[in-house]
Design a protein around this ligand. Structure first.
Ligand code: SF4
Length: 186
């Protein structure tokens, strides 16, 4: 077992946890805001957020109630079906994210040479995938790596999801999705 990398990740994680109590929000509330800013329209639901965060339904429900009370998100019951709740960031939530305490980490990563950044990204993705696979977690990748993405389906939109039978815009395909399944390379 490697004993040098795991403690580095643990310390980074601790620093991030300590930093993310900014603006009176708890770490899970920040994570939910970040998720909603990145997720596609099919994945902005309490169940998708629960799967992404790996928290209990109760914790996610409390997190969403707190964000709703603060006016940072909006919950809409889709098609009158109470089981089908759609979540959206409000303008105030987007504004708060501009002051995200994680921005420091983003800047430190942006300062790295491109090759180092890409290698780090690939290694972390691989590590995360291994941890998720062992726990039955979902990857939440974007459309461009998904086996269900179809091009030129002839219905006007630039892309199409073969699984969800929905047209996809260029903005859609850059967002993360609960249903994403990585295409196998031939
Ligand atoms: S193509 Fe894949 S990632 Fe994109 S919306 Fe469909 S299932 Fe989700």
């Amino acid at each position: 077992m490697d004993t040098s990398i795991a403690p580095l990740i643990e310390r980074l994680s601790r620093i991030l946890q300590n930093d993310t109590h900014a603006h009176g929000l708890k770490p899970a509330q920040w994570e939910a805001l970040r998720y909603l800013a990145r997720a596609n329209r099919f994945s902005r639901s309490p169940s998708a957020l629960t799967a992404y965060l790996g928290l209990t339904k109760g914790t996610v429900s409390q997190t969403l109630q707190a964000l709703d009370r603060k006016g940072l998100i909006r919950k809409t019951v889709a098609d009158g079906d109470r089981r089908s709740v759609k979540l959206d960031l409000m303008k105030s939530g987007e504004k708060l994210l501009a002051d995200d305490p994680m921005a420091d980490l983003g800047s430190s990563i942006a300062d790295m040479p491109k090759a180092v950044r890409e290698e780090l990204g690939t290694s972390l993705e691989r590590l995360l995938k291994g941890m998720l696979d062992a726990r039955g977690g979902r990857p939440f990748g974007a459309c461009h790596t998904c086996r269900h993405l179809c091009q030129d389906h002839g219905e006007g939109a630039p892309h199409y999801c073969g699984l969800l039978k929905q047209s996809l815009s260029t903005d859609d395909i850059g967002r993360i999705c609960m249903e994403q399944e990585t295409a196998r390379s031939s």
